[in-house]
Design a binder for this molecule. Structure first.
Ligand code: A3P
Length: 272
């Protein structure tokens, strides 16, 4: 045995490391599902809860952030997801300051459906389900779009993407379709594994479509429970709304969507 060589090799210890990959958003576009699928990869490790470091806990410092991460070996990939980062103006620069090589993944979805999903989540806590309330949230009394509503703002994806592009090149940002994540999760996961730079090792047999839920679920081989679907807060029936409100929203988002497609050089099949 070459003892000299052995002792000069750094030990590949299990230690907590800062993330190399972050799912930065967008809220209600499938961020939880994407992270849970990626955790099926043998080399990808992530904390369960959202650390919300760069938007809410930044004052706690990088050592706190690191302490939130699971212990990993050097060749493993630490990642986290916090959808709030996407819309927080200071976060791109803060992540850049941590490491300009950070890889960022963004899930986007038809912004009108995203708005309905976000609103459904907001009212679910109050057991109110009224299409009139949705209308009042997104439209002003005169029928114009309520630009002050965060539910409306979040779907103007291009506004936020351009802020991220000031700090990160497009080779560091991977944008995926939330719709495709539901209809063809394996195809999306292939692109994400390629982007992260790991072998395509997520076992496709572990993800199956559950007809009752109407969504893909994850097979768990080792435990008594044989599968895990996402909780009630994912894949909910959205509140209903009137066609005028929907049309108004589609008309509003349309130019922003077109601009986004140009900026990211990628198109999504959203309603308009
Ligand atoms: P809905 O509840 O509106 O259907 P996020 O995790 O970012 O909050 O996104 C929630 C959305 O993830 C859900 O919105 C749902 O459409 C989508 N999603 C994608 N894959 C899913 C899955 N396998 N199970 C449940 N929801 C999934």
């Amino acid at each position: 045995m070459d003892l000299e060589n052995l002792s000069s090799k750094p030990l590949d210890k299990h230690i907590r490391r800062l993330p190399r990959v972050i799912i930065i958003g967008v809220k209600k576009c499938g961020t939880r599902a994407l992270l849970e699928y990626l955790k099926l990869h043998p080399l990808i490790k992530a904390p369960g809860p959202e650390p919300r470091f760069f938007d809410r806990n930044y004052h706690r410092g990088l050592d706190w952030y690191r302490s939130m991460m699971p212990a990993t070996k050097e060749h493993e990939i630490t990642m986290e997801k916090t959808p709030r980062y996407f819309v927080s103006p200071d976060v791109p620069e803060r992540i850049y300051n941590m490491s300009l090589n950070t890889k960022l993944v963004i899930v986007v979805r038809d912004p009108v459906i995203r708005a309905l999903s976000d609103f459904t989540q907001a009212v679910s806590k109050h057991e109110v389900e009224s299409n009139m309330i949705f209308r009042r949230r997104v439209l002003r009394r005169d029928g114009d779009i309520n630009l002050h509503s965060s539910i409306v703002q979040t779907g103007i994806y291009v506004r936020y993407v351009t802020n991220w592009l000031k700090y990160f090149g497009s080779s560091n940002i991977h944008i995926v379709s939330g719709e495709e994540l539901i209809t063809n999760p394996l195809a999306v996961l292939e692109t994400v594994q390629d982007f992260i730079g790991v072998e395509r090792e997520i076992d496709g047999n572990l993800i199956f479509f559950n007809k009752t839920r109407g969504f893909p679920c994850i097979r768990i081989l080792k435990r008594k429970r044989t599968s895990k679907c996402f909780g009630k807060t994912k894949g909910r029936n959205h509140v209903q709304t009137d066609s005028t409100t929907l049309k108004r929203l589609y008309d509003f988002y349309s130019p922003y969507n077109q601009y986004l497609f140009k900026v990211i050089n990628k198109t999504f099949k959203w309603n308009i």
